[in-house]
Design a protein around this ligand. Sequence first.
Ligand code: AHG
Ligand code: MN
Ligand code: MN
Length: 378
Amino acid sequence: MAPAENDNNTAREDHGDRTMHLGRTTLSKFLIDQLRNTPARNDLAALLVDVAAAIKAISAMVARGALGGSHDALTSHNTSGEVQKRLDVTTNDAILRYCEWGGQLAGMASEEMETAYAIPAEFTRGRYLLVFDPLDGSSNLDTNVSVGTIFSVLAHSGDHTAVDEDFLKTGVTQVAAGYAIYGPATMLVLTVGHGTHAFTLDREIGNFILTHPDLKVPEDTSEFAINASNERFWEPPVQRYVDECKQGTSGIRARDFNMRWIASMVAEVHRILMRGGVFMYPRDTKMPLRAGRLRLLYEANPMAMLIEQAGGAASTGRGRLLEVPPTELHQRVPVVLGSRNEIERIERYHQEYDSGSDKPYSSPLFNDRSLYRPEARS
Ligand code: AHG
Ligand code: MN
Ligand code: MN
């Protein structure tokens, strides 16, 4: 049976300008079409429609701003040690409530929960796992910039209630991935393994409408995004790349670059999907024990799948992100993603650094005795 998002009947009853939506592709229509040859297509479509319903609810919660009273910081911390905002917790609950009942899931895991969430006994267990960051960029809520929700769907093996270890699957096995961006418009960007597609929420009708089918990340770009305040903590290949971009027309890149930093990964990735660019949150030595800032399972992997499905590339700097073997639920990872030719260049700079063949670039800071060399780090 077709999944029950608000269907086109609602649109058919509209008049005037609203009739322009007639015949446009809703999320439900899109899923039926895209999943035609996928086993268990109704389960997956129903799950994604439930995720979309949670996203609509979160969009309304976020849009209330200070009126909702939920931007306040709580005294609690999540498992990454970050202070939780009230909205981090209420958006997490929204996804649990919208997605636990439908019978498609064996468990859920999130940035805001230390361990996996078991589907309550009163509901049927299903064949998928949902991993999510309910509110990405939440430290920015008080500045009213775009925030988002990131999610990944994995297949569950076995019929037991999912435990943490069940989520430790490499990104290449993701069945679907997506994010919502709560900006001037709320958008849902989604892949089920056949390209990356973006939908815009029509708030009057309550449907996500396909507005940007088959997104393509341009192979080249003159725009990069990185938190430059961490520059002194980066590894030399990242410093080299950013230095060369900043040199612009007077350096070896022979063109000027723009830099952007919104501190909200969904907004950065969205810009890259719309017009190209590079996003980096590399390993740094600011907190030497962590491999990066972003989390593999619910931030890096879903974004990597979306970017790859749009023809871009996603890397740790030293290998494909989607092939990183997860060892723990909240594992962090370096992230370098975006326009393919730039990502390949950044990977080459890492290889040249690791093999010592980047000597012409090396300065005393980047020489053989540098603490950044992998053998010196272990
Ligand atoms: P979250 O709000 O879910 O913890 O994630 C925020 C992430 C990501 O969105 C962004 O790229 C990065 O943190 C910003 O980090 P800085 O504070 O170092 O700029
Ligand atoms: Mn996040
Ligand atoms: Mn978050």
